[in-house]
Design a protein around this ligand. Structure first.
Ligand code: SF4
Ligand code: MSK
Length: 638
């Protein structure tokens, strides 16, 4: 749909971390000139950070507290020890993460429920809808597609609060996993029930046993990955289309000096989809031209960027810690946000520039913004009004305050499971399966052409040098013939650096390079937004099924080098529950409890067969990933 004149990557194979930092430093000068504050300033003001919080041993669950565990005080006033306090804090993080992802999924289910042939939202992937209806035993024969859609949406919504049974999507897992979840008692019931149970367990005077708290963390995480997130992904595909491979660009260089720049930011694709559609209407571009602009340039940030990039090829301005930088260019007419990962700092920051800051969800109300509540029934008209507001703002730019960094890279995006199967089937023709399978990839792994695969996910985080850990780990893995699948802000680091381009095969070991050439893929496959980590669970499940082994045996692991969000805690829990090890570059805030540290790294192995491996040094972390993959290969005898 979007047809940009994409730059040639071969001139500049990767944008280095130093180049990215030089752009940020130049943009920091823009901030100083505007007397604006950025996260770097606030980080200085917050340093040193509270060690009680860092170690997870501060409790303010009741008003007898706050209580802190110190060498002199080994228990809070009620008698809770470090293990109980750290465990409760950890479970609350997992529950909050599940609530966020799952509420996102619920919103999309409501949009699906309101979809209609002549309304704002239509069905774009009928095949996926019908397949899901069959999976859920919903009749399809002779029915109008919208009747089916509404019943599927309603059935999905009931997954949030049904009184009996476990989640429907669990049936997609391998038999072995379903057995593990049933036998260990971590199969999630209704999504909201698991969140409520977590809050109840951690309420004053309830669970003080760290092991029980970790077990519920696994269960509530499962309600996310195999519940709310999976719902968000499935329903988004049905409504907006299952993504397909396409080419786009990423980094701040995608902002256009002579166009009206609108940045869409957050996670929920429903409104951003409508903004993208409205921006392409002739009446909108004509209006922009009448105001002296050459056109309208929509760019994405964070996971909203991933959503619209993989369905429309909309270019990506950057990831989490780049949200302020986008405003600092002085070239953004509007920052339009939905939910999650939005800095409240955008309010005061946009005050220092001409940028209009528009919030659209009652879930994310932020001082300093213009609030326009998105409604499914009026979405297109609202999107047009918002775009007009941005166009009217074009004339308010201060030409002396504009700096758009040149750096941008080509990115190949849009690799959900369906697309991966399609691409990999091209690798080994003798194994092409009529219905498609992961067997060609499995053959490559068995033959050692590929050593394994790593799912790299998560945010960037000022606790470490932002983006650096991601890049070091990604480059080392592909050099060692390990294929990467990526989502969220991790996928955007790869985008900014050029690692999502097909030319990045030049940085790979000979095996992965050959696979990239044969299949015509980049070495890092962009699978979408944070909710799309549910796609990764289905990918790993599909590989285990086609291989005929337990999911814990396959040389596939997860990695979140720079995570920061509570959603990441929920994700890590469902990845471990699915049977995949998770390598973390940021320590979970439980270090004040030796028991919790043991439980999350080793204890969960007794329940799910997987656990965390934690190391703040990216070079050490990547070594342990490679060793972990090689150990799994050895155990399989390959
Ligand atoms: Fe203190 Fe116990 Fe209350 Fe927590 S629940 S604040 S440890 S008294
Ligand atoms: S946007 S959760 S900063 S990945 Fe999904 Fe990025 Fe992390 Fe938000």
């Amino acid at each position: 749909m979007v047809n940009w004149n994409l730059m040639k990557l071969s001139e500049n194979l990767t944008t280095t971390i130093e180049q990215m930092e030089a752009d940020s430093a130049r943009l920091k000068e823009q901030a100083c000139a505007a007397c604006a504050e950025t996260w770097e300033d606030r980080k200085k003001n917050q340093t040193p950070q509270c060690q009680f919080g860092e170690n997870g041993i501060c409790c303010r669950i009741c008003s007898m507290g706050p209580c802190r565990i110190t060498p002199k005080a080994s228990r809070g006033i009620c008698g809770a020890d470090a293990h109980a306090i750290a465990g409760r804090n950890y479970l609350r993080m997992a529950a909050a993460g599940t609530a966020a992802h799952s509420d996102h999924g619920r919103e999309i289910a409501h949009v699906l429920h309101k979809s209609s042939r002549d309304g704002n939202f239509q069905i774009r992937d009928e095949q996926k809808l019908v397949a899901l209806a069959h999976e859920w035993a919903i009749p399809t024969e002779g029915r109008d597609i919208y009747d089916i859609a509404h019943e599927v949406a309603e059935t999905g919504l009931l997954e949030y609060g049904k009184p009996f049974g476990s989640l429907r999507f669990l049936k997609r897992a391998t038999d072995e996993r379903q057995k593990v979840w049933d036998e260990t008692g971590i199969a999630p019931r209704a999504i909201d029930r698991e969140i409520a149970t977590a809050m109840h367990m951690t309420n004053m005077g309830n669970t003080a046993d760290a092991e029980a708290l970790v077990k519920q963390s696994l269960r509530v995480g499962m309600a996310d990955g195999w519940g709310g997130s999976m719902m968000g992904t499935e329903f988004s595909d049905i409504l907006f289309g299952t993504p397909t491979a396409r080419t786009t660009e990423g980094n701040l260089g995608v902002l256009e000096r002579e166009m009206v720049n609108i940045v869409v930011h957050g996670h929920d694709p429903a409104f951003s989809e409508m903004v993208v559609v409205a921006a392409e209407l002739k009446e909108m571009t004509d209006y922009a031209k009448s105001k002296g602009a050459k056109g309208i340039n929509i760019a994405g940030l964070c996971c909203t960027a991933n959503e619209v990039a993989m369905r429309h090829g909309v270019r990506m301005a950057g990831n989490f810690l780049q949200q302020e930088n986008a405003v600092l260019t002085g070239a953004v007419e509007m920052m339009c946000v939905d939910v999650q990962c939005i800095f409240p700092a955008l309010g005061p920051l946009t005050d220092c520039f001409h940028t209009k800051f528009v919030t659209t969800s009652p879930i994310a109300r932020i001082p300093g913004s213009i609030y326009i509540e998105f409604k499914t029934e009026t979405a297109l008209d609202q999107a047009k009004d918002i775009i007009k507001m941005a166009i009217d703002n074009f004339q308010n730019r201060n030409p002396d305050r504009i700096f758009i960094p040149d750096n941008k890279q080509v990115a190949n995006v849009g690799y959900p499971c369906e697309q991966i199967i399609k691409e990999l089937d091209g690798v080994t023709n003798s194994h092409v399966d009529a219905l498609g399978s992961y067997r060609p990839a499995i053959d490559c792994i068995k033959a050692g052409v590929l050593r394994g695969a790593v799912a790299i996910v998560g945010c960037n985080n000022p606790k470490v040098r932002p983006d650096y850990s991601h890049l070091e780990i990604m480059k080392e893995l592909i050099k060692n013939d390990i294929l990467i699948v990526a989502t969220g802000c991790a996928a955007q680091v790869a985008t900014k650096s050029g690692l999502l381009s097909k030319e990045a095969k030049e940085l790979c070991g000979s095996g992965l390079k050959r696979v990239c050439e044969l299949a015509g893929i980049p070495p890092i496959l962009h699978m979408g937004a944070c909710v799309d980590i549910s796609r990764m669970m289905l990918l790993a499940t599909g590989i285990a099924k086609d291989w005929g082994v337990d999911i814990t045996q396959i040389p596939v692991v997860g990695c979140a080098p720079e995570w920061m969000s509570e959603k990441a805690v929920a994700i890590a829990n469902y990845v471990v529950s699915t049977g995949l090890d998770v390598y973390l570059g940021i320590e979970p805030q439980v270090k004040g409890s030796s028991q919790m540290m043991e439980l999350i790294t080793e204890g969960t192995r007794k329940i799910t067969g997987a656990g965390y491996i934690i190391n703040k040094d990216p070079h050490e972390l990547v070594k342990s990933i490679i060793n972990g993959i090689e150990a799994k290969r050895t155990a399989l005898g390959i």
